[in-house]
Design a protein around this ligand. Structure first.
Ligand code: NAD
Length: 491
């Protein structure tokens, strides 16, 4: 990919930004410069919002069955360009090709679900709520909507929203992460080919000032956000203060319980994939591995061995299981957190802090790290590390484990590995998390389920994906209707 200053896509055309500041996009595996992201000024957000507003009326009038014809074309193009998009994700984010494939597959699945919008939009109807009076509820689009996205799933997360927003009749602005904007640029080149009316979809690059311009702009009716908790909280409060509809997904610190009766082979494979997949940069990565009773005796050595064996390198190469983290700053932050854990008494079982990856000496690599005996109230157990670090904690009973799980400030995901149905049932029932895995390490919901999150992991009510997205991107209108005419009796 050539080095280039990226352009915004506004009102049906690619446009140079008048940004005065740019952010470099680098391949985290090699440090090679890939592009520069303009930190677009508020005027460019305003141009996108005005273009989307101009497009809204015609798009709203387009019947849903016609709107989804564009999505069918998009699905075809995404399939045709699948490997190109996958490679782009790996280049800008560092994750291995198979993880990028899984990401794009879920993105496409959301387009497929949104193609069902004619059924998903069906309203409710009640006849004779009073004599000769009928009442019904219809769903109408809300207008211009915007999605603000994080770096870790540059291909998938915009698709939690974009296809539903469009299918429901809204017009859209996407603000990708300034660190991983390239895959969305490719997606917008495909969106350009499906012939959507001018202004229906817009891409605005940028950083915090661009985000704030989105949150403040009066034409933008709804905002979705995915990213870290402090920014999620900021987005939620600032956009809500302007009367916008908002959903904001935040960070995570996901606990995963291992009971002594868990299947060793399955547990070790799946748990290490959860902790170290995407180099731990998944909001559904397991981070705190909670050994119940004497499970640690069996499982800690097995997990440590699997961590040591993980093949780390450039995600573009075959056979690699873990790529780099996103930036040098992220790498040194993670190294610092490991050091803080050691200082608080954790035992470093596998130390992945300073690896040398032949051929990738400039990349931002860590190897898997495993720490045992982590203090539940300490830095390692409480902080979202967002890197390939496994913290092992020990508790006596499943009740103690649930107390630990539910004392955490986040609530994105909680998992249990066991062969006991009763223990699994108790866990599912009591764990305070929006996504629960039972013998599953990354409990990522299919596109027809909402991507939930509780506590500090989510601000709002309705989530992305499936029926929640349909509800979020529509407003309900209830009509009470009377027609006064007396007909002759038919029977
Ligand atoms: P981030 O919060 O740094 O950035 C997310 C977006 O917010 C970006 O588009 C960025 O430009 C913008 N932004 C950053 N700082 C801002 C500020 N001060 N004011 C306004 N806008 C700002 O997040 P990230 O590092 O890109 O992504 C990683 C985080 O996202 C992790 O915390 C991870 O857990 C979380 N995440 C959560 C989910 C979920 O579903 N809950 C999914 C993926 C990622």
């Amino acid at each position: 990919m050539a080095n280039e200053d990226l352009q915004n896509y506004i009102d049906g055309a690619w446009r140079h930004s008048h940004a005065t500041e740019y952010r470099e996009v680098r391949n985290p595996a090699t440090d090679a410069l890939l592009a520069r992201t303009p930190l677009s000024p508020p005027e460019e957000v305003a141009q996108a919002a005005e273009a989307a507003q101009r497009a809204f009326w015609e798009w709203r009038q387009t019947p849903p069955v016609q709107r989804i014809q564009y999505l069918f074309k998009l699905k075809t193009l995404l399939e045709e360009h699948f490997e190109d998009l996958v490679r782009s994700i790996t280049l800008e984010n560092g994750k291995v090709l198979d993880d990028a494939r899984g990401e794009m597959r879920r993105a496409i699945e959301n387009v497929e679900v949104a193609c069902g919008i004619p059924s998903l939009l069906l309203g409710d109807f009640a006849e004779d709520v009073a004599h000769g009076v009928d009442e019904y509820m219809i769903r109408q689009p809300i207008g211009v909507v915007a999605s603000i996205c994080p770096f870790n799933f540059p291909g998938m997360i915009p698709f939690w929203y974009l296809p539903y927003a469009l299918a429901c009749g809204n017009t859209v602005i996407i603000k990708p992460s300034e660190r991983t904007p390239l895959t969305m640029v490719k997606v917008f080149h495909l969106l350009e080919q499906i012939g959507l009316p001018t202004g229906v979809v817009n891409l605005v690059h940028g950083g915090p000032d661009t985000v704030n311009a989105i949150l403040d702009h009066p034409l933008i009716q709804a905002v979705t956000f995915v990213g870290s908790t402090p920014v999620a909280r900021h987005v939620y409060s600032r956009a809500s203060a302007h009367g916008k509809r908002v959903q904001a997904q935040g960070g995570a610190k996901n606990p995963l319980l291992i009971l002594p009766d868990a299947d060793p082979e399955l547990t070790v494979r799946i748990v290490t994939d959860s902790v170290f997949g995407n180099a731990g940069q998944r909001c559904l990565a397991a981070a705190n591995i909670v050994m119940v009773a004497d499970a640690g005796k069996t499982f800690t050595p097995l997990l440590a061995e699997a961590a040591e064996q993980r093949k780390v390198g450039n995600g573009l190469e075959p056979g690699i299981e873990m790529g780099p983290v996103i930036s040098p700053q992220s790498k040194s932050r993670i190294q610092g957190l490991i050091q803080a854990g050691v200082a608080e008494g954790a035992h470093l079982v596998v130390d992945g802090r300073n690896p040398v990856i032949p051929g990738c000496e400039q990349g931002y690599f860590l190897r898997p790290t495993v720490l045992d005996g982590v203090t539940p109230s300490g830095t390692l157990a409480q902080t979202e590390i967002f890197g390939p670090v496994m913290s092992v904690l020990h508790v006596a009973t499943i009740e103690d484990a649930l107390t630990l799980v539910n004392s955490g400030s986040y609530g994105n995901m909680a998992c249990v590995f066991t062969s006991s149905g009763a223990a699994a049932r108790k866990f599912r029932h009591e764990a305070q998390a929006g996504n629960v895995g039972i013998n599953i390490g990354v409990a990522a919901p299919m596109a027809f389920f909402p991507f939930s999150g509780w506590k500090e992991s989510f601000f709002g009510t309705l989530h992305g994906q499936g029926k929640h997205a349909v509800e979020f991107f529509t407003q309900t209108k209830v009509v009470v209707e009377r027609w006064l005419k007396t007909w002759s009796r038919p029977f």
